[in-house]
Design a protein around this ligand. Structure first.
Ligand code: HEC
Ligand code: HEC
Ligand code: HEC
Ligand code: HEC
Ligand code: HEC
Length: 172
């Protein structure tokens, strides 16, 4: 009986080697909706395919070493040159939504050997990654190019229908 399982596993391996070895562009979604944090802004529609085409499938520019592609950033390579592909790809699986939440702090202090406990939170991870590159390569960098402000945001920033009237009506 065990032999049959071994044969099946072997057949799976030779027919789907790519799935088992490393991810490539065909494993990635064409488009992703980024909507974990919605508070002041609407969701962000991210055209994954356009980005990977434009960046020659260099997955590690955004996913670090977790997709098995070459990681070039020198500050990471010094330790991760030989790191293997991880099972987690999605930013939200590693970058905490709230770094100062009791649950995260507990998780971090429970294992003192855990590495990188000071990594950026989810919002910062997106902003540093997306805007960092957009500023150097020339992608959109205006807040509302990526996400429209919602009603809560307008209220928070005193803009839109919450803009103070006397300022806009003043003429001089
Ligand atoms: C290149 C795209 C991009 C640009 C430009 C950008 N953001 Fe974001 N922002 C994101 C992404 C992606 C998220 C995560 C959205 C989620 O998970 O809900 C986010 C989340 C946020 C959040 C947390 C969620 C919320 O709705 O409150 C705030 C606040 C925010 N951005 C403010 C800004 C401000 C202010 C600017 C301009 C200085 C800006 N962003 C520019 C992509 C961008
Ligand atoms: C410009 C940045 C960028 C590049 C380059 C990039 N990705 Fe992504 N990828 C993202 C973002 C952002 C998401 C959606 C948000 C998330 O998953 O947290 C995503 C989502 C994914 C997902 C879905 C994850 C899930 O669990 O929902 C897979 C799979 C993936 N990418 C694989 C790849 C592969 C393979 C490559 C290289 C061919 C690649 N990506 C290149 C930014 C990028
Ligand atoms: C001084 C050595 C060192 C440097 C520099 C370093 N790492 Fe790590 N990293 C580790 C160790 C050790 C682990 C834990 C063991 C493992 O998972 O490989 C780890 C784990 C990780 C993981 C696995 C999951 C997690 O969340 O812990 C990711 C992803 C990662 N590092 C990304 C990076 C990135 C991105 C950089 C560069 C900005 C970087 N590392 C720089 C040593 C380092
Ligand atoms: C397997 C866990 C893991 C996943 C998945 C992951 N990260 Fe990270 N990320 C890390 C770790 C660990 C560090 C801290 C490395 C350090 O500070 O030395 C880090 C650091 C960063 C940094 C700051 C350092 C740098 O390289 O610029 C940014 C920005 C970032 N991640 C963005 C992202 C984005 C965007 C995604 C999704 C496309 C993502 N990360 C997915 C674990 C992960
Ligand atoms: C390594 C570089 C790089 C990273 C990282 C990157 N982008 Fe971009 N992105 C670009 C460039 C370059 C353009 C302009 C493409 C053009 O105008 O042809 C662009 C264009 C865009 C556009 C406008 C085109 C469209 O799809 O409507 C959006 C929106 C966008 N990026 C969102 C994001 C978000 C959200 C992230 C982070 C999750 C991100 N990008 C990360 C390089 C990058």
């Amino acid at each position: 009986m065990q032999k049959i399982y071994l044969i099946i596993i072997f057949l799976l391996f030779i027919t789907h080697p790519a799935d088992l070895i490393a991810m490539d562009a065909s494993d990635a979604p064409d488009e992703a909706e980024i909507n974990e944090l919605l508070n002041l802004y609407d969701k962000v529609t991210f055209n994954h395919k356009m980005h990977t085409d434009m960046l020659s499938d260099n997955c590690a520019l955004c996913h670090h070493h977790t997709t098995g592609k070459v990681l070039e950033k020198s500050s990471c390579v010094k330790c991760h040159k030989n790191s293997s592909e991880a099972t987690t790809v999605s930013c939200k699986d590693c970058h905490p939504k709230n770094r100062f939440e009791a649950q995260y702090l507990k998780e971090v202090s429970a294992d003192l050997t855990k590495y990188h406990t000071d990594k950026p939170g989810l919002k910062a991870a997106y902003h540093l990654n997306c805007m960092g590159c957009h500023k150097t390569m020339g992608g959109p960098a205006g807040c509302q190019d990526c996400h429209k402000r919602n009603d809560t945001g307008d209220k928070f920033f005193y803009s839109g229908k919450y803009a103070p009237k006397h300022i806009s009506q003043k003429t001089h």
